[in-house]
Design a protein around this ligand. Structure first.
Ligand code: NAD
Length: 519
């Protein structure tokens, strides 16, 4: 199979391209008519209804049901793992080219309906049009990238020649994976982890987040349309807190691909470390977790660019990205000037429903998240000086005003704990060296950025700023598949670098065959 070199999916331009705007408006309308339908869980292609239901709500419109989903219990979780295990026997022997083909077809189906996928995200998780479009584009990128990657790994791997022997190494799949994504990139991350598993020859049980089961179902539909054999991906909405442990702890589960919070990631790691009777392997856990990401603003920075970078990194998708900036660490000599400009810029942000493309910020994901963010804002008001925001915003959903709190101490709670909402702590540093020290003072290590024109300072940051993804003179969000392999250090995860050339290795194991040649 010959494929053109990987290129990132182009993004839509809803402001400049009237065709994009028209198609998105149409998709929003069509999807709106589909809201509230019922969906079954799917094990080995079989649709199963359960009496217990999970409701997915529009966070921007209280009470609006996006979809109603059959919810699995422990028994169905067990059935799903066994179904995946059974299917593994044939799928693991399916040629890599055919597996790659499934991803390419799936990417094609999603590309064709990209406005609809984006529209579902606007309704289900409150993404604005550009954020939803970027999520779809990243999902397509993962499919295209991993399809190429498996073809590369499937080729003969270089080994040192040994006289009178014929040796070769092949990457073979692991077995059954449990895929546990978060809601904040409901298509891209869910699809990235699922398709990486599947293209490597594994079968999976996909447990979508309870806040975004709809988008997971939409991926399943695309995979089925693309010809996926039943049982390769089993779709299992269920409560993570109870049934999650059954899936993770199951003796036939070979690996877990998780993206979510530190707390849940560490719990999964512990459950997976136990060896139930009958389990003959050490489970592999690929865990990408939270962040508390900083942007350092040096005295020699372009302040306008820094203000813009901090604003979009902090408030894009309401601050609900693991890569979102939540701390601006600003060198003393430019601190007040930076704050002044930042306040003016942030106060231009419009908050409201993402059905209206003029709004830059939509709702936060649910009532619980809103409550927790507002509590952090109250803590922040005591820990620093409120510059702007600091309260909920009017509207029919979970809206919060973009909030900036200055003069925050480096060890303050809002400077250390992941808030996962539109809240920025601004911290003053005496000089660049101190700014870097502060940047490294959390338990996380996901993304970071530095705004500076001083080459020496940038080089120092390249050596010392301990994060998986470091950016210079640009925002700290918006990693692109292929160009910015993504994943963090320390409590941000196992640094799996999604969208990079090492990623598929995590879903395989290497087998070496050595044959003594007759003299
Ligand atoms: P979460 O940890 O609450 O949930 C993640 C997933 O785990 C969900 O599907 C949930 O249902 C499931 N879950 C919960 N308890 C479980 C259990 N006991 N067993 C198995 N599964 C269980 O996270 P979230 O709120 O969905 O997402 C936000 C978090 O994700 C933030 O902390 C964010 O930083 C992080 N995140 C990290 C990355 C990254 O690449 N590092 C990317 C996106 C999001």
């Amino acid at each position: 199979m010959q494929l053109a070199e990987f290129r990132n999916e182009p993004l839509c331009d809803f402001k400049g391209n009237p065709e994009h705007k028209r198609r998105m408006e149409e998709a929003m309308e069509e999807v709106r008519k589909e809201l509230g339908r019922e969906y079954d869980l799917v094990i080995k292609g079989e649709r199963i209804k359960t009496p217990d239901k999970l409701y997915s709500y529009n966070p921007g419109q209280k009470g609006q049901v996006v979809g109603v989903f059959s919810k699995a219990d422990a028994e169905l979780a067990d059935l799903a793992i066994h179904a995946a295990d059974e299917t593994f026997k044939s799928w693991s022997r399916t040629p890599a080219e055919d597996r790659a083909e499934l991803l390419l077809k799936t990417a094609g189906i999603i590309r064709e309906r990209k406005f609809h996928y984006a529209a579902w995200m606007c309704y289900e998780v409150g993404k604005t049009w550009p954020e939803a479009d970027a999520d779809v584009a990243e999902a397509i990128d993962f499919a295209e990238f991993y399809a190429r990657e498996i073809l590369r790994l499937d080729k003969l791997q270089p080994l040192t020649p040994i006289p009178a022997e014929r040796n070769y190494l092949r990457y073979i799949p692991l077995g059954v994976g449990v895929v546990i994504p978060p809601w904040n990139f409901p298509l891209a991350i869910l699809m990235g982890m699922t398709l990486a598993s599947v293209v490597a020859g594994n079968t999976v049980v996909l447990k979508p987040s309870s806040d975004s089961p709809m988008i997971g179902h939409k991926l399943l539909e695309a995979l089925e349309q693309a010809g996926m054999p039943p049982g390769v991906v089993n779709y299992l909405p269920c409560p993570g807190s109870s049934v999650g442990d059954v899936l993770v702890g199951h003796a036939r589960t070979r690996f877990v691909a998780f993206t979510g919070s530190k707390e849940v990631g560490l719990h999964i790691n512990e459950v997976a470390a136990k060896t139930p009777p009958g389990q003959v392997w050490v489970k592999r856990v690929i865990a990408e977790m939270g962040g508390k990401d900083s942007i350092v603003v040096d005295s020699e920075a372009d302040l306008e660019a820094a203000v813009e970078g901090v604003t979009v990194s902090t408030f894009g998708y309401q601050g609900q990205k693991c890569s979102a900036c939540s701390r601006a660490i600003v060198v003393e000599s430019v601190y007040e000037a930076f704050l002044d400009k930042l306040k003016r810029r942030v106060e231009q942000i419009k908050v409201g429903s993402t059905t209206d493309p003029d709004n830059y910020m939509g709702p936060v994901i649910n009532a619980r998240a809103k409550q927790s963010i507002l509590e952090y804002i109250e803590i922040g008001k005591k820990e620093g000086r409120l510059i702007t925001g600091g309260e909920e915003a009017p509207g029919p959903g979970h809206f919060i005003r973009p909030t900036v709190i200055a003069d925050v101490a480096p060890q303050a709670r809002i400077a250390q704990e992941e808030i996962f909402g539109p809240v920025l702590a601004v911290i003053k540093a005496r000089n660049f060296n101190e700014a870097l020290e502060i940047a490294n003072n959390t338990e996380y290590g996901l993304t970071g950025a530095v705004y500076s024109k001083n080459r020496q300072n940038l080089e120092k940051a390249a050596d010392e700023f301990f994060v998986g993804n470091l950016y210079f003179n640009r925002k700290c969000t918006g990693a692109l598949v292929g160009g910015h392999p993504f994943g963090g250090f320390n409590m941000s995860g196992t640094d799996s670098k999604a969208g990079g050339r090492d990623y598929l290795l995590l879903f395989t194991q290497a087998k070496v065959v050595s044959e003594k040649l007759a003299p």
